[in-house]
Structure formats: C-alpha cells, structure tokens
Design a protein around this ligand. Structure first.
Ligand code: FEO
Ligand code: CA
Ligand code: CA
Length: 714
C-alpha cells in the first residue's frame, strides 16, 4: 500500500520442469517421515492449500518432537519506536537486504547515491517500494522448486516511486519544482522501477543472506515488459488499443501491491492503484476518434475507478501518450488485474488472468477446497469497496502439482463478491454472509444494464458488484487463510474516513458512484464511524469449504485507543502494549501464527498516540492475543512477509522510509515551519537515512533471524 506523492493508496482522492512431484515422490520413498516437511516445503505455507484435502493435511502424521516446543507467541514484545531503525525482540537480528537501486547482475550499473541513474540503469536494478513478496525454495539441484531453506528465488513487488527521492536534482531543475523538467526519460525511469523483481538469494554458514548476482534467474519485470492478456476479457473491444488491436498483449504491470503464490510454483502479483498513473486532461470530453461508441463505458469507468485529470501527480501522461486516457481510453482497462509469473522460467511471459476480475487488487490468497477447486480470495482496496473470491472451473491434481493442467486453473472459473449480514443479533460483532456470483445474465448483470458478456462483468467488476448488492467495506487489504483451520479466512480493513459520514450514501446499483465517493452508514461488519484505526475481520466458510456460498463471520480485533469508552472503543485484545493502527499486510506462517503489518499514521499523537512508527505484530488466532514483534524506521510502512521452509529466516519489506506525504510529523525548519516537498527533495536525507546513514532513504527487504537459529516467532 502506499502513500505516495499524495497518498497512493487512494485515500484522497528454462522451462517449466519444476519436478515438484518428483521431489515429493522421491523424498517419500526415501524417508516417509519427511513427507510432512516436504509438503510444507512447497512453500511451507503450502499448508493452506492442503487444509481439507484428505490424506494431504497436516494431521496424518505425528508432529516432530521439536514442533511441540514451539510457542504460538514465543518472543518478548517490543515497545513502540520513533527511531530511524528497525527494532526486533531480544534474541533477534534484522539486516537490510536488496535495497532499491542495487544492481541485479554482475554487469548491471551500480546505484548512484545522487539518484542520477538512468531509466536503462533502473531496468537492471532492484525496483523501488518493495511490497508483497514470496520465497520460492530451490530443490537439491538448485534448478527448480524444492524445499531448501538456504537458497531460492525471492520474488517481490515494487509498487511505486517517491519522486522526491527518486529523481536527481539537475542543472535545469527550477528552484520551485524538483520534478521539472519532466521528460519521457523520467517517466521511463519510474516505469522501470515498478513491477516485480526475481532475485536469486542464498544463505551462508554464518546465517547471513547474499544476493547471487551471477544467476540466470535474476530478472526485472517492469512497467514496459510485454505480457499476455488471458481469459474471458482478453480480446474484448474494451481491451483493444491502437498499439494492440487484438486486445491480447499489454506492456507492463503497475502498482504491484500485494501478492499470492501457487502450488505449481508461480507468483501472483496484484495491480492496485494503477489509476493514479493515468491522466484524462479533458475528463473524456475529447475522447479519441474510434472510441466514440465506447464512450459511456470509458467515462463511467474513469469515474468508478478514480481516473482523474492529473492522476496522482506522476506526470507520465504528459510525456507518454499511453497514459493519457483521452488519447488511449482503453489502456486503463488493461490494468487492475492479477498477473501470474513463473520465476523459474526467466524467459516466460507474464500473464494477466482476467477471470479474477478488474479491481484495485490488494493480494490473492489461494487455498484448495476439499473438492480440489482452487479458491482465490481478493480485496479491492478503496474506501467502500468489496471482497471477492474466484473458484476455478477445473480441479487441482495434487499428485502432480506442477502439471500443465494445474497451470491452467486460473484461466476460467466463477467470481463471487461478498455480502456481510448482521446475523441473528445486531451489535454482537458477528454475523452471516453470502457469496454472490458475478455471472453475466444473472443477478441483474444483463445486457440492458451494461453487461452484454462475461468480459463486461470482469472489466467493469466494481459496477457489477454494485449491481448485485455487495457490502461496502472499510478498505479491504490483505486476506490470509488459516492453515490450521479449513475455511477460516482473515482480512485487514485498514481504515475508512468516509464511514458514517453525512449525508449518508451508498454505491449506486447502476455503478455511477465515483471511486471512494459514498458515505456508507456503519453496519455490523464495519461498525465504527470514521474508522481511523481499522479492524481485522474473519469468516468461516460453511463446512470449512472454500467453495461454499455462505459463511459466518466475526471481528477478530478493532484497533484503537483503549482509553476510549464510546462507540469508537477498541476490542478487548487491544491493550497499552500492542497499540497499532491501519492493519494492512496479513499472513499466516505454517505454524498458524497470524502476522499483522501496518501502514498507518506514525504521528504518535492524538488518535495515534503511543502507536509509534509502523510495525509488525503477531497474533494467536485462538486466544486473540496480539504482540508487537517489529517496528520500522521513520516514515515507512512494513509490508510483505515470507519465510524459508524451516521458518528460521523471515523476510519482510520496509517500504518508503522517509515518506513525506501529508503526515503531521513531517520534518520542520528551525523556525517551526514545515519543510516543503521541494525542500525535502533537495535535502533527501531530511526525514530518514535508512538503511544507510548519510544517504537518501531507500526501500529495502529486511532479513530477520534468531541469534540462536530458532524459528521466527516461536
Ligand atoms: Fe498497496 Fe492497499 O496497499
Ligand atoms: Ca498494502
Ligand atoms: Ca450480529
């Protein structure tokens, strides 16, 4: 998530031979007792996939003795921090890794501390604003997916850029505008810093991790990398552009927020605030010739998805016509998708999976239902948006995880959107819910209402969800499925400044409400007016089955200030020692510990007093105890988390240290006046010098380990 140039989170305005099956089969034959471990090694976290799969779950063999000693929350909580540093519990160490600008190969250009690297340089360097991430362990041969904890591919999203730190001040830069003169080269450099990075990483005997630069797997996928459009929306008229009359190939993936991963060894990257890169200077009034017959869909979509005259201020549309939505009005339809990438095949072309719908995607959490269908849970991160799930048409072949058939499971299926009802009692923070199918021809999704095909439903996904009466949520962020309880799923609802606003309004059924424009009244699942702190909700699918059409739900935690006793009061699992706001990143480790990451206010005053810098906490799903584990440096958010299969290394990301935005603790001049953006851009170390003292701040991964070599958190 992001804040950005003005709140990027939209608040304002060789081959495929993974041989996984062979790995598992050989291991079982050699040493049956290791079966459980190996299955976990498909990403340890593979366990969510397996819940409910008879014979493949985690309960068919006795747990190893070592696991019995592992505690759910076995670390000493850390206090809040306002330091420009990463703080971890006693007995843990944290070190920065793979910062923005690091060369990805032995021949890539070095990072320049004055930010004067070119666009061509940036295409060969680590991207900016690290976000969602997954560790794909190598096999013994080091050439395919396996279960090793000492070497693999760390794949991560690079969500956006902070222009104030991203561009060098040039001789031609005017005194009052650090981004000027804005050129195509600057836009290209920014585009090159977006997308995804595949980084070959290896652990040494002393426990330290190294980026293996001389590796064919290191790869940058960025804002101009060719990728395929696949699924029901591919080739639709609304996907066709002058540059791509077939509507099947698009350049780039943008605003890659959170992520997912599959048991067939691919990475899923999710396009979130892509709207902010487009500008529509005439708001569609002068839409390009050739698109007049699509005008209603184009202009309606610009409003519903938040495409404005000037975008978020990145200026790309002023130099790169692809991002001028008046000139190329269908280009925005080619963003907002989940993109599948095979990290083990460096020459493979990423694929945008349109069957999963076009929204502002946060993450894509996959589970495998008892009947073998693949279920993908997804949130649309904007105020008053919805929660979705995709259920595949085909079924997962668990005997052959990396089969060609499994690799096609995201091509077709049914998309659903959630409605949260109050249940038998109102006011008890629990209720019932329904998954409503978004299928053309049903529930009012008819040609007369603008949905002539399933492609229309998927491209205009928000409008389709408006039509069927989905529940407007407080900004749906990450979704995490409990690996120890089939069908139990958690979501962070980060905050909502418009909840309970006046006059009350809801998203119109005809899809005409502008992005974030409604002021929905409080409801059972979103019970706090002006929800500045956010909450975490969980649901249990009927029968523990991810394909169920009904569920029950309850609120796991309402964040907030425990001293408050009015309607805004937090839930009982909040206490003086674990205050936080704006939960965002959310993931289970394979032990069943829930990790919570924040992207909120670090003002540490008023509503946010005693919350400090953004942080990471761990929670016990059974007792609801929440304990603070890590605090980030100044101005950052903590996001993205993944583990080695043995869980002895945890990787997290520190995004946008030194973010200036509009936060109240933005740095001040000696006379008390607030530094302008321009001043900060000209003194790039003003607010944070993380991770390298004396340099401009850089987003980076953080490697977390225990000094005794134990499992993280236990
Ligand atoms: Fe990129 Fe909703 O966080
Ligand atoms: Ca996020
Ligand atoms: Ca209720």
């Amino acid at each position: 998530m992001a804040h950005s140039i003005r709140d990027d989170d939209g608040v304002s305005n060789p081959s495929h031979n993974l041989n996984l099956d062979q790995v598992v089969e050989q291991a079982i034959a050699a040493q049956p007792s290791r079966r459980r471990l190996l299955l976990g090694g498909l990403g340890v976290a593979t366990l969510p996939f397996l819940t409910g799969l008879a014979g493949c779950g985690s309960d068919d063999e006795p747990a190893p003795a070592a696991a019995a000693a592992e505690k759910m929350l076995g670390f000493t909580a850390v206090g809040i921090s306002m330091a420009d540093a990463v703080v971890v519990p006693a007995g843990y160490v944290a070190s920065a890794f793979l910062p923005w600008g690091e060369p990805i190969s032995p021949t890539a250009p070095a990072w320049k501390a004055d930010a004067s690297n070119t666009a061509a340089d940036q295409e060969q360097q680590v991207g900016d604003n690290h976000d969602g991430m997954w560790f794909f362990p190598f096999n013994a041969a080091g050439n395919a997916l396996g279960d090793r904890s000492d070497e693999g591919l760390l794949v991560m999203n690079h969500e956006y850029i902070n222009p104030e730190y991203f561009y060098a001040i040039e001789a031609a830069t005017p005194a009052d505008d650090w981004m000027a003169p804005f050129t195509l080269e600057k836009a290209r450099k920014a585009q090159a810093a977006h997308g995804v990075g595949v980084y070959h990483v290896k652990r040494h005997a002393d426990g330290a991790w190294q980026h293996v630069k001389a590796s064919p797997y290191n790869r940058r996928i960025h804002g101009n990398t060719p990728m395929s459009l696949q699924g029901p929306a591919a080739g639709h008229a609304l996907m066709k552009t002058a540059a791509d009359p077939s509507g099947t190939e698009v350049l780039g993936t943008l605003n890659n927020c959170a992520n997912g991963w599959t048991p067939w060894g691919t990475y899923l990257t999710c396009e979130e605030n892509w709207n902010g890169y487009f500008g529509a200077p005439t708001s569609g009034a002068t839409i390009a010739a050739g698109f007049q017959d699509q005008k209603a869909d184009i202009i309606g979509g610009q409003s519903r998805y938040g495409i404005t005259k000037e975008g978020f201020g990145y200026r790309w549309h002023t130099v790169d016509p692809r991002f001028d939505a008046d000139v190329n009005p269908n280009e925005p339809h080619r963003f907002g998708w989940v993109v599948e990438i095979d990290p083990f095949a460096p020459a493979s072309k990423p694929v945008k999976r349109t069957a999963l719908g076009r929204i502002k995607h946060e993450n894509a959490e996959m589970v495998i239902a008892p009947n073998g269908k693949v279920v993908v849970y997804m949130g649309d991160d904007e105020r008053n948006e919805y929660i979705y799930k995709f259920v595949s048409s085909g079924t997962f072949d668990k005997a052959n995880p990396t089969s060609a058939a499994n690799r096609r499971l995201l091509e077709s299926g049914t998309l659903y959107v959630a409605r949260f009802d109050a249940g038998a009692t109102t006011g008890d923070a629990m209720g019932t819910g329904v998954w409503i199918p978004l299928v053309q021809g049903s529930n009012g999704l008819t040609a007369a209402n603008g949905f002539a095909s399933q492609a229309d439903v998927l491209i205009k996904c928000r409008q389709a969800a408006d039509r069927v009466g989905a529940t407007m949520m407080d900004r749906p962020e990450w979704i995490a499925a409990n690996p120890k309880k089939a069908g139990e799923v958690y979501i962070t609802l980060t905050n909502n400044s418009r909840r309970g606003g006046s006059p009350a309004s809801s998203n119109n059924a005809d899809g005409t409400t502008s992005a974030g424009g409604a002021r929905p009244p409080v409801d059972e699942a979103n019970p706090r007016s002006n929800n500045v702190w956010g909450h975490i909700l969980r649901w249990n699918e009927a029968g523990g089955d991810g394909t169920a059409l009904t569920f029950t739900w309850d609120i796991f935690v309402m964040a907030g200030q425990p001293g408050i006793t009015d309607a805004r009061k937090p839930s009982a699992n909040i206490n003086a020692g674990n205050l936080f706001n704006s939960p965002d990143g959310l993931a289970f480790d394979s032990f069943g510990r829930l990790w919570i990451q924040t992207d909120g206010s670090y003002a540490n005053t008023g509503d946010f007093a005693n919350m400090g810098n953004n942080q990471m906490l761990a929670a016990d799903p059974a007792t609801k105890e929440i304990r603070r584990f890590l605090v980030g440096p100044s101005g950052c958010e903590i996001t993205g988390v993944t583990w080695t299969p043995d869980r002895k290394t945890m990787f997290i990301n520190v995004q946008h240290p030194g973010e200036i935005g509009s936060h109240p603790n933005r740095p001040k001049n000696a006379d008390g006046s607030t530094l302008t953006d321009n001043q900060i851009a000209r003194n790039a170390t003003a607010f944070s010098q993380w991770p390298n003292k004396g340099e401009r701040p850089r987003s980076a991964t953080v490697v977390v380990r225990r000094t005794d070599g134990g499992v993280i958190g236990g």
